[in-house]
Design a binder for this molecule. Structure first.
Ligand code: NAP
Ligand code: F7E
Length: 364
């Protein structure tokens, strides 16, 4: 290892963002350490390719067993690794599930952040370790009156979280800011709006839709059941967003940044775009629980689909006790980072649908 080689520690490395960030940091010449949870079945699918590549040379990529609910392993790993940068991406990240496990989410997503900050404070490493905290647009809660004059959420917009996930993450946000101010620790919040990819977990709405598009096109699924089609999200690509995380930690002064596209889209329209990507045109009718979408045209001769068949229905079991109706972020400040996303929504949908079609065809 060269003496100038930077060392990064990534919690949540087995997740969507962790896997893209690990690739980016390795490309940039970092030594990357990741924290993975012990599980009874494999949980490293998103990073196996990195592990295998690195196995040949076996120098720059190391995984450590650990959990954000356990201070002892957090302290030990940080002491062993002596990181220049820590990216705290580990979290129970599913908003709907957070209503079922609120205490666990508070422990992992809220107190887990404190454990990282406190370990860095206690250990007094020789290096001035920089910390990135994975904050979220869920902090805003989607209240219309809290948008800025231009109609966006920005770094100064008030927070009003609407789920145990959002409430836990707001603790993570403020404790990060407090450790920066109280102890002069270089710690930043990236307030990231939704970002997706072919590696997105299959129960988040975009991936659920692109997988169902592929499965319905190939005759493997009859119908896609969704919850609230009327909410709106500002969707970017995870590959672009991990680049922003890295840039946030390269600035002279530690600050918080909104990372977003500035464009918002209804869930219903994402469904439309996804099926259109496979050559299937849908028409929606009805409202709320009674809303459905049927096939009105299919211009892909590969797929044997019945025109008029209903392929999307609403199932209220996917509704949330409190919903975030609208998210749209103001990316103005992120321009200071020199950050420009490479993907737009069309490019994102195209890549996700193509990937899911390929996965399902391979497993035919
Ligand atoms: P993800 O795919 O759900 O990944 C979450 C990661 O956290 C996984 O590696 C998971 O491990 C790990 N994890 C869960 N519980 C843990 C625990 N108790 N201790 C240690 N690690 C634990 O999430 P993501 O989409 O990559 O998001 C990364 C981070 O950004 C999260 O903090 C999320 O809340 C935040 N965020 C995401 C978005 C978005 O749109 N994707 C937007 C804003 C903020 P397993 O693989 O073992 O489950
Ligand atoms: O839901 C609606 C749902 O679960 C998006 C996490 O990464 O981004 C993510 O949180 C919208 C909501 O993401 C279904 O009600 C309709 O309005 O894909 P989602 P999320 O809740 O926005 C933020 C920024 C994070 O920080 C989180 O970690 O889609 N929706 N029907 C549905 N959602 C799901 N999951 N499943 C449905 O069937």
């Amino acid at each position: 290892m060269s003496t100038t080689q930077k060392v990064a520690l990534v919690t949540g490395i087995t997740g969507q963002d962790g896997s893209y960030l690990a690739e980016l940091l390795l490309e940039k010449g970092y030594q990357v350490h990741g924290v993975k949870r012990r599980a009874s079945s494999f949980n490293t699918q998103r990073i196996d390719h990195i592990y295998q590549d690195q196995h040949e040379t076996n120098v720059n990529f190391t995984l450590h067993y650990g959990d954000l609910t356990d201070s002892t392993n957090i302290i030990r790993i940080i002491q062993e690794v002596q990181p220049d940068e820590i990216y705290n991406l580990g979290a129970m990240s599913h908003v709907k599930v957070s209503f079922d496990s609120p205490e666990y989410v508070a422990n992992v997503d809220g107190i887990g952040t404190l454990r990282i900050l406190e370990a860095v404070r206690i250990l007094k490493l020789e290096k001035k370790t920089r910390i990135y905290q994975a904050s979220t647009s869920e902090l805003y809660g989607g209240l219309a009156e809290n948008k800025n004059a231009a109609g966006f959420y920005d770094e100064n917009s008030p927070f009003y979280p609407r789920s145990p996930y959002g409430v836990a993450k707001i603790y993570g946000f403020w404790i990060t800011k407090n450790y920066r101010e109280a102890y002069n620790i270089y710690a930043c919040n990236g307030i990231l709006f939704n970002h997706e990819s072919p590696r997105r977990g299959e129960t988040f709405v975009t991936r659920k839709i692109t997988m169902a598009t592929a499965a319905i096109a190939l005759g493997k699924q009859d119908c896609l059941y969704l919850g609230n089609l009327n909410s709106q999200r500002d969707w970017g690509h995870a590959k672009d967003y991990v680049e922003a995380m890295w840039r946030i930690l390269q600035q002279d002064v530690a600050e918080d940044y909104v990372i977003a596209t500035g464009v918002t889209t209804y869930i219903r329209d994402f469904v439309r775009f996804s099926f259109a990507e496979a050559g299937i045109e849908l028409a929606f009718e009805g409202e709320n629980e009674n809303e459905t979408a049927k096939i009105v045209a299919c211009n892909n001769p590969e797929y044997q689909l019945e025109i008029g068949k209903v392929v999307v229905r609403v199932d209220p079991q996917y509704y949330r006790p409190t919903e975030v109706d609208l998210l749209i972020g103001d990316p103005s400040k992120s321009k200071k980072l020199g950050w420009e996303p490479q993907y737009d929504l069309a490019g994102l949908v195209k890549e996700m649908v193509a990937s899911d079609l390929e996965i399902l065809k391979r497993n035919r």
